[in-house]
Design a binder for this molecule. Structure first.
Ligand code: SF4
Length: 395
């Protein structure tokens, strides 16, 4: 297939594919799917070998957010029966992080619901970062606190944070349909503030919110332009009690095509298989390791993932290896360019943003699955253990 040969050549050279090539990946047939995975897998192995980096989420503050992100169970007015709690204390967060580190996590992602932190919030998160670094010197710490104000990224960096996550989530053209309380431009600005402060930027997307193929290509091209070191790819978990609860559009095959497209467009970036992998990829999860080089271990912010041991078994069974603390995640050229975490050897959640949609983008319709998909509420369990509870996490 000429398309795949071209994309592999470009990926190995870190050359940007054309928009048509990216769209063509999303439009491939089921007969071509294994060839697509094999081709993107060559690019993945060129830059990351067979290593899988493990990340661990700690939800510092859960629920009661004043923002209205439609996909989020923590939004204003959410009727989802999630855990709600205010800031974990530094020792509580450190204890939660320790479970992930013990399970092999190389990065701990500290997430808080809300529009963005106050300066007092930055102080408390700084104390938490220092506490975690004090106990786990080598672990990378990524903060995900929403929109940043001037100077806050510098303060987080000074406290020892390695990275900052803020996702673009969807294309600029459709951003207003997903959230009205802040803009796409606000999100871009926060990612750039993090980069300017020397933090390794982590910014990704959520697929499955009813977007078109062109929207997906738009957001991934915008991410490439923004140049984060890591790109989490979330697949919408349609949680009951949120406006997107009925949006079940994804199939395992579509998830694999999306991941392959992201790998071709962002070949040397840490592509993280994030929320929704268990729900939407199901038994195809191991195949996705040929595309993503990074996953979350255990549970998500407000929903449960498969057990940490199942994650470790899956990695081993699929012929991959957990990335050790003594290995630099990012390829040398990217780490040397100042990629914070890569240089130390090292989405979080939904708080994140998107690029501008090219005019031609609207010409391509979404590749909807051929069969009607029914809601699989049996696959979605609200998190009832780990951070913010008395129960042990499943890392
Ligand atoms: S994604 Fe973040 S900002 Fe948006 S509603 Fe959820 S917690 Fe609030």
């Amino acid at each position: 297939m000429d398309l795949l040969n071209t994309l592999v050549d470009k990926g190995l050279r870190r050359e940007l594919p054309t928009r048509d090539e990216a769209l063509a990946v999303l439009a491939t047939s089921d007969d071509e799917l294994l060839d697509v995975v094999a081709a993107a897998g060559k690019v993945r192995r060129q830059w990351f070998g067979r290593r899988v980096k493990l990340n661990y989420l700690v939800n510092l503050k859960s629920g009661l957010c004043p923002e209205d992100c439609s996909y989020c169970s923590q939004r204003l007015g959410s009727e989802a029966g999630i855990l709600k709690y205010t800031w974990l204390k530094p020792d509580e967060a450190t204890k939660a992080a320790a479970a992930g580190v013990a399970g092999g996590a190389k990065r701990v992602c500290l997430v808080a619901s809300g529009r963005g932190p106050t300066d007092r919030d930055v102080d408390r998160v700084s104390r938490t970062i220092e506490a975690i670094k004090g106990e786990h010197e080598d672990v990378e710490v990524c903060a995900c606190l929403g929109l940043l104000s001037q100077g806050q990224a510098d303060r987080l960096r000074s406290a020892g944070a390695d990275a900052y996550n803020h996702n673009l989530n969807t294309s600029e053209g459709t951003y207003g349909e997903i959230t009205t309380t802040h803009t796409y431009a606000d999100r871009v600005d926060t990612v750039q503030q993090a980069q300017a402060a020397g933090l390794s930027a982590c910014s990704g997307l959520i697929a499955g919110m009813g977007e078109t193929d062109a929207d997906l290509v738009d957001v991934v091209f915008s991410l490439r332009a923004l140049d984060p070191d890591s790109v989490p790819v979330n697949f919408l978990i349609p949680i009951e009690g949120t406006p997107l609860a009925k949006e079940w559009h994804l199939t395992p095959q579509r998830c694999l095509r999306i991941l392959a497209m992201v790998r071709f467009v962002c070949p040397d970036v840490e592509v993280r298989l994030a929320g929704g992998r268990e729900v939407h990829l199901r038994s195809m999860q191991p195949l996705a390791l040929n595309l993503a080089n990074s996953i979350f271990l255990g549970d998500y912010l407000t929903t449960e993932g498969q057990s940490g041991q199942s994650d470790l078994d899956m990695i081993k069974d699929a012929g991959f290896e957990v990335e050790g603390a003594d290995t630099t995640t990012l390829p040398e050229h990217r780490a040397q360019a100042g990629g914070g975490c890569g240089s130390h050897e090292g989405s979080c959640g939904p708080c994140g943003e998107a690029p501008e949609a090219a005019p031609e983008a609207t010409a391509v319709a979404a590749a909807e699955p051929s069969e009607a998909l029914t809601a699989r509420t049996d696959l979605v369990a609200v998190r009832r253990r780990g951070a913010g509870t008395d129960l042990a996490p499943n890392a």
